[in-house]
Design a binder for this molecule. Structure first.
Ligand code: AMP
Length: 155
């Protein structure tokens, strides 16, 4: 019997490098499971889970969620994917997270997005996030239907 090789990929790059957009395209073409740490945290915040409540306090201060908290959340979710192929986005972000991931799963592909700093700056200047839903807008090519700044914050 020939063992099927599982696709275990990580996409890396700074905020605004297009990880989410490119991940969406890759998962559509190759039928992979997509796990975004930021999306998962926002879902937990929305559902007011214990992790969500804790994560909110860090995210609102522009800080990273502690390694042990995010690692437990992500590794558990990846384990739930079982034998599916997957693409991980937003994790790892620190050396301890990378070490924990390496222990838990064998990664065989890393996509590193190399985008000029000025392009990232331009994109982030135009990016707005609706805190309630976590939806991401861009004032140039994907503006919110209702432009009420009080409901949106820049990230
Ligand atoms: P993102 O949507 O990937 O920009 O993530 C939004 C926020 O969630 C980040 O600014 C962090 O506060 C938190 N976060 C996401 N991924 C991680 C991670 N791997 N480690 C720690 N915090 C994270």
């Amino acid at each position: 019997m020939v063992a099927r090789m599982l696709f275990r990929a990580v996409i890396m790059g700074p905020p605004g490098s297009g990880k989410g957009t490119i991940s969406d395209r890759i998962v559509k073409h190759f039928a992979l499971k997509h796990l975004s740490s930021g999306d998962l945290l926002r879902l937990n915040i929305q559902k007011k889970t214990e992790i969500g409540i804790l994560a909110k306090s860090y995210i609102e201060q522009g800080q990273l969620v502690p390694d042990d908290v995010i690692t437990r959340l992500i590794v558990q979710e990846l384990n739930n994917f079982g034998e599916h192929n997957w693409l991980l986005d937003g994790f790892p972000r620190t050396v301890p997270q990378a070490q924990a991931l390496d222990k838990a799963h064998q990664i065989n592909t890393v996509i590193d997005l190399n985008v000029p700093f000025q392009t990232i700056k331009d994109r982030l200047t135009a990016r707005w996030i609706h805190p309630g839903s976590g939806r991401v807008y861009n004032t140039e090519f994907n503006p919110p239907k209702v432009s009420v700044r009080i409901f949106l914050f820049f990230i």
